[in-house]
Design a binder for this molecule. Structure first.
Ligand SMILES: C[S@@+](CC[C@H](N)C(=O)[O-])C[C@H]1O[C@@H](n2cnc3c(N)ncnc32)[C@H](O)[C@@H]1O
Length: 234
């Protein structure tokens, strides 16, 4: 992961930009999140980590929704100021030190995992495990980890692995973030390998266009897709 946050320079505009380009994806993901959230008891406490100012799910019945990110969108803070149960704060998925163990009924991680990439594939694997373990730590027993993740086709993940340093150099040249995208199957295998109880797993339909490096790109020209996983803390 880069020490500086790629999203910081456009943090206030990110949510509007991406939702305008991928409205159906956010609706599809929001439906899955709503299904999960509707099973929580009223007044539940939810953390949305790497929130980016995007809230595409119902939060009216939640006791508290904490939207944390490396950088906080001032636009989002203003937009949701009238909702007393929504709070925005800084937070790092790799070190959720401001939250005690067993705090939340649900943790939402929406299209964040690929931004936990490190300088090497080994570092990426470690970061992803560390970030997911932090989410599991702050979840209450019986709490739900809700993952919406941007994925790539399996063949593309092999290419990413093979040319990992070159790819990261390319991202640095074009001033993009350090990213590594799993295929949905390999992310599932990784999380299962961590001993997590994956209760739901499916792909999520994306839009005709995709937001890529702040550009509107035809999705079929990319290897990108998306998936959903619901994990139960037993
Ligand atoms: C692709 S955006 C996703 C934002 C939003 N969740 C959405 O669904 O559009 C990735 C977000 O993850 C945040 N992020 C990256 N690394 C993070 C970390 N270690 N801890 C918390 N947030 C992180 C970025 O700042 C950015 O807002």
């Amino acid at each position: 992961m880069n020490t500086e946050n790629y999203f910081e320079s456009f943090v206030d505009d990110y949510a509007d930009e991406i939702v305008a380009i991928q409205p159906q994806f956010y609706k599809n993901a929001g439906k899955l999140l709503n299904d999960g959230l509707s099973k929580l008891k009223g007044g539940s406490k939810v953390l949305d980590i790497g929130n980016g100012g995007v809230i595409n799910y119902d939060f009216a019945n939640l006791g508290e929704l904490i939207c944390a990110d490396l950088s906080v969108s001032r636009k989002a803070v203003k937009r949701y100021a009238k909702y007393k149960n929504v709070k925005f704060c800084e937070g790092n998925m790799l070190k959720l030190e401001q939250f005690e163990d067993n705090t939340f009924d649900a943790v939402i991680v929406q299209t964040v995992i690929h931004h936990l990439a490190g300088k090497s594939f080994k570092k990426t694997e470690g970061n992803v495990a560390q970030g997911i373990n932090e989410c599991m730590r702050v979840l209450k027993q019986g709490g739900q980890l809700m993952i919406v993740e941007s994925t790539v086709a399996p063949w593309f993940e092999w290419v990413e692995r093979l040319v990992y340093p070159l790819m990261q150099l390319f991202f640095r040249i074009i001033h993009f973030d350090t990213v590594y995208q799993y295929s949905s199957a390999s992310l599932h295998k990784k999380l299962e390998g961590m001993g997590l109880n994956i209760k739901e797993y499916c792909n999520i339909e994306t839009d005709k266009y995709i937001w890529l490096c702040r550009k509107k790109v035809l999705t079929k020209l990319t290897p990108c897709g998306a998936c959903w996983m619901l994990i139960d803390k037993q």
